[in-house]
Ligand binder design. Structure first.
Ligand SMILES: *Cc1c(COP(=O)(O)O)cnc(C)c1O
Length: 414
């Protein structure tokens, strides 16, 4: 348990290629000055992931600090209530800091430390990746600088406070829209200037090579554990695995161990106010007369991928009730897996996610993150169409404590 899966773990799947391309997606689209830094990270990563002492240290911390393995819970009351497939939940919500993001932040912080970098930078939108990074830096004794848009800082005050408690220097970014993409620009500017002693931790399976593959490998512990746990518990694999997709890290982490199995894999995007509203984050929406925004091939944040754009080809403003899914781009591996028909994508609206949130609270005593509630909502739709002997495994990526204000303000004041 807690192993880092190698990229060649599956005979028929050795993505990405040496340039970091998953089919025609991914790669590296960055200023020339960053290429040597990315080359350094790539060779360090390739070396350490095969290094028994690195793996032992990472696995030790996953077990004794992060709280792995996370359990798989049979959502029996919910399954009985729906009268169809059995729903099982992979409980990433029970991890330290409350979500899967720590798997990746800690893995990359360990790489940085072994590379001799003493200064960590990251950017954060909702603050979850910032908190995970600040946590890993406190644990390993690394300096931590987090760039965050001032609009996001105001919206996510408790997470700003958490990061500061953990010793991070949270730097306000007040350029542009004062949100995540401006914070990304600041982080890149910092990296270019301080590349000698600084490591940049990216929070999802996206960005320039090697970040998408590195993040996938650190998150793949989710599916490796869940696969073993299902075999041990029920003696067979689930029929489907479902996960919400923001940048795509919890989903690829949950899916990766199942890629070679006859298991249906389903990514759930944020449907926001609905596909025709133009207020959503469905990157797998094709252009059409009713579509104000749609997903088109583009270069975005260092990679080639599907990006939500408006009719003029500008990066679209996205919307979701869950901050973690509210993003115009998507990790390149998902686009490849979509194109080869290995992973299926669907979407769930804000209202459906919110209803699933309340259902899980009441039927299972679990308060899920609003992101994870999207995957739960899809399971609630699918289960009644399936037989009671079938199994849906939902990756519950995080807990809902951070979302209580959002949920509270959406409830009718009775
Ligand atoms: C950040 C976040 C997500 C979305 O990010 P991915 O990289 O797509 O996993 C999903 N769930 C939770 C709880 C998160 O914090």
């Amino acid at each position: 348990m807690g192993k880092i899966v190698s990229t060649t773990a599956f005979a028929d799947y050795s993505m990405p290629d040496e340039q970091g391309r998953f089919g025609k997606y991914g790669g590296r689209f960055v200023p020339e000055t960053l290429v040597p830094a990315l080359d350094d990270v790539t060779s360090a990563y390739l070396e350490f992931k095969e290094d028994p002492s690195f793996r032992a240290e990472y696995e030790y911390l996953l077990r004794t600090y992060v709280g792995r393995p996370s359990p798989v819970t049979h959502a029996k009351r919910l399954s009985d209530h729906l009268g169809g497939a059995q729903i099982y939940l992979k409980r990433e919500d029970l991890l330290h800091t409350g979500a899967h993001k720590i798997n990746n932040a800690l893995g990359q912080a360990l790489i940085a430390k072994r590379m001799g970098k003493k200064r960590i930078i990251a950017e954060t939108g909702a603050g979850q990746h910032g908190v995970a990074t600040a946590t890993a830096c406190a644990l390993l004794g690394l300096d931590c600088i987090i760039y965050m848009g001032t609009v996001d800082m105001a919206r996510q005050e408790p997470n700003v406070f958490r990061m500061r408690l953990l010793g991070a220097d949270v730097r306000p970014v007040s350029s542009g829209t004062k949100t995540l993409k401006d914070a990304v620009n600041e982080a890149i500017r910092d990296w270019v200037t301080n590349v000698g002693d600084t490591y940049y931790i990216i929070g999802s399976a996206l960005g320039p090579h090697p970040y998408p593959v590195m993040c996938r490998d650190f998150q793949s512990v989710i599916g490796i554990e869940a696969r073993e746990q299902m075999l041990e518990r029920v003696g067979r694999l689930p029929d489907e695995v479902l996960a919400c997709v923001g940048g795509g890290s919890n989903a690829i982490g949950a899916f990766f161990a199942f890629l070679a199995d006859p298991v249906r894999l389903v990514g759930v995007e944020a449907g926001g106010l609905g596909v025709t509203s133009g207020k959503h984050a469905i990157r797998f929406t094709d252009p059409g007369p009713e579509r104000k925004i749609s997903g088109k091939l583009g270069v975005f944040q260092g990679m080639k991928t599907r990006v939500l754009q408006n009719a003029d080809g500008q990066i679209a403003e996205t919307h979701s009730v869950s901050a973690g899914l509210d993003y115009a781009g998507i990790g390149p591996e998902h686009v490849y897996l979509h194109d080869i028909d290995r992973v299926h994508f669907t979407s769930v609206t804000d209202d459906e996610a919110m209803a699933a949130f309340h259902t899980l609270c009441r039927m299972e005593g679990i308060i899920p993150a609003l992101e994870s509630s999207h995957a739960v909502a899809e399971a609630i739709k699918r289960a009644p169409t399936m037989a009671a002997s079938q199994i849906l495994l939902v990756n519950l990526s995080g807990r809902g404590d951070k979302d209580l204000n959002t949920v509270m303000s959406a409830m009718p004041s009775a």
